[in-house]
Design a protein. Structure first.
Length: 411
């Protein structure tokens, strides 16, 4: 089978794309921006750069731009690439991120299935913290994005989302056009570690792509503050970038400092709440290998997610046998079973987070047992298990536009 992927930044599809080629299960290509091509052409096979004005901008800025112009420009580049680069090659399926909007322009012009990948239709449905609301222009841009995403789904043969929660974010009228297929992962096995039960201080971690309200950084700092009042043998280790691409936190900073500033949302929270920084270590956003090495040094992770459809950071933690206390929000109940491979607590019950975290820190045997089961949960999402399901879905779409469920509990 021959598959073509499309996304400005290759991260979303790189693992599956590379695995299909390396395993021989399929031959695939990945259309991407010229910037992504230059940065990854030596490490990722079969990249095809798109010829359009590639402006580098934060994700939140993308949603505040002229959405239709962006979709149209990218889509024309994708259409040109499919018509020229692959004119002498048959293509069995094309799958592009819904932000590409490809189907708006060339849906119906090619004989192969045109599939969209989506995480959420807009911030209004994804969710954002009401304490940090959008401006009126941002609200209008978000509604424009929502309409464009729905048009893309309507023009696509089918749409894939990574979780049942993500599917519920879309209106019910689209559900028969959407299949659930979680992302697959290729992470190293956990290293055998002999931890010293006498080591102090304990380390409690927060790990996400970004230190944002959506990921729960504000809740984490509240929980950490309460633990600090009770114990002096705990330090807090945070992993994640300072930008906040899945919300409107930047508006607060702009109101305080003006638009030309270097302040960060987490810096604003630390200053606002008078946090004792001597108890905190900030690692920023790390490359995968360094990130995995660092998280192995942490005794316990808190994952107070507020909004999200699927987060790679969680699976990195599980893959290394890290014990996670998570909120009961969004897709997390689809992945974790409370008390088995992790723990789940109502998001806003801060006292419950504190009590459980302290109990687990004092019970290394329980942490070890849960950590072992966490690895087994991660292994259900390995790329070698997900890739065949993906190919099966693409194969069925060649003959049937309503292929049915592709993951347990899809419907």
């Amino acid at each position: 089978m021959r598959i073509v992927f499309g996304h400005l930044n290759i991260g979303q599809f790189r693992g599956l794309h590379s695995y299909l080629n390396e395993s021989g299960l399929a031959e695939s290509w990945l259309l991407c921006s010229a910037r992504a091509y230059q940065e990854n052409r030596c490490s990722t096979p079969n990249l095809v750069p798109l010829s359009f004005a590639d402006k580098h901008h934060p994700s939140t800025e993308t949603f505040s731009r002229s959405v239709e112009d962006t979709f149209q420009g990218i889509s024309r580049s994708v259409e040109n690439a499919l018509s020229s680069e692959f004119k002498n090659r048959s293509i069995d399926a094309y799958i592009g991120h819904v932000r590409f909007g490809s189907s708006l322009v060339f849906g119906g012009k090619f004989s192969c299935p045109i599939v969209s990948y989506a995480e959420f239709p807009c911030f209004r449905r994804h969710g954002f913290d009401a304490k940090y609301p959008p401006t009126r222009p941002q609200q209008q841009a978000d509604r424009h994005m929502e309409r464009s995403v729905y048009k893309t789904i309507e023009a696509s043969t089918h749409t894939v989302v990574p979780s049942r929660h993500a599917k519920r974010l879309f209106p019910y009228r689209y559900h028969d056009r959407i299949s659930v297929l979680p992302d697959g992962f290729r992470l190293p096995d956990p290293r055998v570690q002999i931890s010293d039960p006498r080591r102090r201080p304990y380390r409690v971690g927060f790990a996400a792509r970004d230190l944002s309200s959506a990921k729960g950084i504000e809740h984490f700092l509240q929980i950490a503050g309460e633990i600090c009042k009770m114990r002096d043998d705990v330090e807090f280790v945070l992993f994640g970038g300072a930008k906040t691409p899945y919300g409107y936190e930047a508006n607060v900073l702009n109101n305080i400092h003006g638009k030309n500033h270097s302040s960060t949302f987490v810096g604003y929270l630390l200053q606002r709440d008078g946090v004792d920084l001597s108890r905190f270590v900030f690692h920023g956003y790390l490359c995968e290998s360094e990130f995995l090495d660092r998280i192995r040094e942490v005794d316990l992770f808190l994952y107070p997610l507020q909004f999200g459809s699927f987060n790679w950071g969680l699976f990195s933690l599980l893959s290394q046998g890290r014990v996670v206390i998570a909120s009961q929000e969004c897709y997390l109940p689809e992945v974790l079973t409370d008390g088995q491979d992790g723990f789940m607590v109502p998001l806003r019950r801060i006292e419950a987070w504190v009590e459980l975290a302290c109990a687990l820190l004092d019970d290394p045997d329980r942490r070890a047992a849960v950590g072992r089961r966490a690895v087994e949960t991660y292994r259900k999402y390995r790329i070698e298990l997900v890739a065949p399901r993906f190919l099966e879905l693409m194969s069925r779409l060649r003959f049937d536009a309503s292929p049915g469920p592709t993951w347990a509990g899809d419907k």
